[in-house]
Design a protein around this ligand. Structure first.
Ligand SMILES: Cc1cc2nc3c(=O)[nH]c(=O)nc-3n(C[C@H](O)[C@H](O)[C@H](O)COP(=O)(O)OP(=O)(O)OC[C@H]3O[C@@H](n4cnc5c(N)ncnc54)[C@H](O)[C@@H]3O)c2cc1C
Ligand code: FES
Length: 261
């Protein structure tokens, strides 16, 4: 874990309210693994006081790491106005990332909204045999994969309002796929809003399909010190709580108590 003053190399809009930021730090880039995150101090003054957590969305060249973010409040609005050359204080890489997909095994990525970010990074490391199912609220929110550095051919889109791809939730695409291609014995990786992850967990646990999810909890410290990100574990675990920042953010679906989430 490193704290660095990183320079913004680019900060460009890639979809409605969604930006891709390239930050320079060779140390963070070299250590970054898919599923890990960084804590960013979004401004130079004390408002907002707390750093904000963001998944690492990929790396580029010798010393850049990428953040894909959506404007949802004050901190992300400030980030969207930052320009090339400005510096941001970044702590990371933090947390436990994804266990990599097995080569040759069918792999399904399921994302909801900005949950696409960590899966883009994972997809860069595992190009073959991956079907990426990405759900958005509407067509204007679709993140163009090639713009964020992922050249996959097998991508299925779902939109809640039916303006692109499958009309409805991305979990409906997943269910159809799991029903039609059960013999594929796929492995699943998912990130998105909690209601989506609950659906993914239900679909995979009942079919005994291996699945890793990346959770987005509210985080104050990102370092395991504040207890703010605690989630209940499943009954089989020898712990009662996990800290999403330190034990996750990536978990095997079977290790979490989904009813309490
Ligand atoms: C491990 C992790 C990885 C993340 N990766 C990304 C990413 O790659 N890209 C991205 O855009 N966002 C990501 N997030 C969410 C991101 O941290 C929040 O969107 C950000 O902190 C909001 O800051 P803000 O000041 O703009 O909004 P605030 O003013 O703090 O909040 C605005 C709204 O967003 C909600 N919100 C804030 N933080 C979270 C959160 N952690 N989870 C769910 N809802 C939240 C608040 O409840 C509120 O409704 C991640 C969160 C975690 C925990
Ligand atoms: S965010 Fe403080 S313990 Fe996890």
């Amino acid at each position: 874990m490193i704290e660095r003053n990183t320079q913004i190399i680019f900060n460009k809009k890639v979809a409605s309210g969604t930006f891709l930021m390239g930050l320079r730090s060779a140390e963070i880039m070299i250590q970054a693994r898919p599923g890990q995150f960084v804590m960013i101090r979004v401004g130079t003054n004390t408002d907002p006081l707390l750093r904000r957590p963001f998944s690492i969305c990929g790396t580029r060249g010798d010393d850049l790491f990428l953040i894909l973010y959506k404007i949802v409040g004050k901190g992300t609005a400030i980030m969207s106005n930052a320009v090339k050359g400005e510096k941001l204080s970044v702590v990371g890489p933090l947390g436990r990332g994804f266990e990599p997909p097995e080569p040759g095994r069918k792999t399904l990525f399921v994302s909801g909204g900005i949950g696409v970010a960590p899966l883009v990074f994972l997809g860069q490391a595992a190009k073959n045999n991956v079907l990426f199912m990405a759900g958005y609220r509407s067509a204007d929110e679709i993140v163009p994969m090639e713009q964020v550095g992922l050249n996959l051919t097998d991508i299925s889109i779902a939109t809640d309002d039916g303006t692109a791809g499958h009309p409805g939730f991305v979990t409906e695409l997943l269910k159809t796929h799991l029903t039609g291609f059960a013999e594929d014995h796929p492995k699943i990786f998912a990130c998105g809003p909690l209601p989506m992850l609950k659906q993914v967990a239900a679909l995979t646990i009942e079919r005994d399909i291996p699945c890793q999810v990346s959770l987005e909890a509210n985080m104050a410290c990102g370092l395991g010190a504040c207890q703010g990100c605690a989630v209940r574990t499943s009954k089989d675990s020898n712990k009662t709580y996990y800290h999403v920042c330190r034990d996750g953010p990536v978990f095997d679906v079977n290790t979490l108590d989904w009813e309490s989430l």
